[in-house]
Design a protein around this ligand. Structure first.
Ligand SMILES: *Cc1c(COP(=O)(O)O)cnc(C)c1O
Length: 362
């Protein structure tokens, strides 16, 4: 049997009639930037997350960059960020001129450790960016207490955790500003690039909205030296279709993850742990094993594709070698031991059971 790491085919086939109809209606409207689909998506998504405001932007990286700029973070400021995230989270900090301060995760959940955060707060610290890695919320109560005690800003990077819940609230509703990506592979994915910023603060809504549209509050009236980072009207239309199916899409990921959790019984494989006061939306099903490369090769030889999230920790990335970032043990260990199993909408029971069987025979 051949098992891809991921495929959109099952979902794309199911949604094709609705997506095609949406395309046709936008095509006929002849309106492709900042039209009624973007408007509607911003309303729908704000409501889904439980925030007052949502601004569609070009992608997830821009969402984080715009959030930092709206909070006035730049040169001379330090921003605390997980040592084991996708590089975009850290790039955004560098690109506004601030200094990323890497902090190691809790090795059980892979999310930033609040105990470790405390060690790295200085008088230059302005903000913490939490990442709800792989689809599970970080420790929000403890982190929000640190934020409050030290008068910091909180940004949530929710690119892997659309719909994830912490103590009955969706992630994205805790931060001063929260950021989402709609890259096709994310749990809510467009048919190209896309992103969003959500907030409950009217001033931040205005700043992000304006900065993302040439610094313009009215047409040809520019109050900031802004950017062009807008959620495309077509992508917003497709996202409006997909958002109505997001719960089914998440439930299906949970179905597959629970089969893995119940079926994989191999002492060499460490299964993911979900804390009891939150759920997991399984953007990534991350296991750990000491013999990762050999195990990945074994799965490959049995027709099962996997990925590593991420094979090189940020401190060790070539782009950051001159920055001399905190080269921490936890991030390095995860880069050596982590492996992500295949998990995609519509994955059949036969496919799941085949993966479980091959793993149990390792
Ligand atoms: C995907 C991702 C991003 C970046 O999103 P893009 O839309 O690809 O720019 C940022 N942070 C995390 C944690 C991600 O997984």
């Amino acid at each position: 049997m051949k098992i891809p790491f991921s495929t959109f085919k099952n979902l794309d086939d199911e949604l094709k009639p609705e997506i095609m109809q949406k395309f046709e209606s936008i095509y006929e409207s002849g309106w492709f930037i900042h039209g009624k689909e973007v408007n509607e998506f911003e309303k729908n998504f704000a409501k889904y997350i439980g925030c007052k405001y949502c601004i569609g932007v070009g992608n997830g990286l821009d969402a984080i960059k715009l959030a930092l700029l709206a909070l006035g973070i730049g040169e001379g400021d330090e921003v605390i960020v997980p040592s084991n995230t996708f590089i975009a989270t850290v790039l955004a900090i560098s690109q506004v001129g601030a200094t990323p301060i890497l902090v190691d995760p809790d090795i059980d959940t892979y999310n930033i450790s609040y105990m470790n955060i405390k060690k790295y707060i200085s008088n230059k610290t302005k903000a913490i960016i939490v990442v709800h890695l792989y689809g599970q919320s970080a420790d929000m109560d403890e982190i929000m207490e640190i934020v409050k005690d030290n008068n910091l800003f909180l940004i949530e990077d929710c690119a892997q955790a659309h719909g994830a819940i912490y103590k009955e609230k969706k992630v994205g509703s805790f931060g001063d500003i929260s950021c989402f990506s709609f890259y096709p592979g994310k749990n809510l994915g467009a048919l190209g690039d896309g992103g969003a910023v959500v907030t409950n603060n009217k001033k931040y809504d205005f700043l992000v909205r304006t900065l993302a549209n040439y610094g313009s509050d009215k047409k040809y009236h520019h109050i900031y030296k802004g950017f062009n980072s807008r959620l495309d009207e077509l992508q917003a239309g497709f996202l409006n279709v997909k958002l109505t199916h997001i719960d089914e899409m998440i439930n299906d990921r949970c179905r597959i993850a629970h089969k893995y959790l119940n079926g994989i019984k191999n002492k060499k494989i460490l299964l993911p742990i979900t804390k009891s006061d939150r759920n997991h939306v399984w953007h990534i099903f991350a296991i750990r094993t000491k013999t990762r490369d050999e195990f990945q090769e074994y799965l490959k030889n049995n027709g099962i594709d996997t990925l590593v999230h991420y094979p090189i920790s940020i401190a060790k990335q070539e782009a950051y070698l001159n920055d001399k970032l905190n080269d921490l043990e936890g991030a390095y260990r995860i880069s050596l031991e982590e492996l992500s199993l295949p998990l995609y909408y519509g994955m059949s029971n036969e496919e799941i059971e085949y993966v479980i069987d091959v793993i149990n025979r390792y």
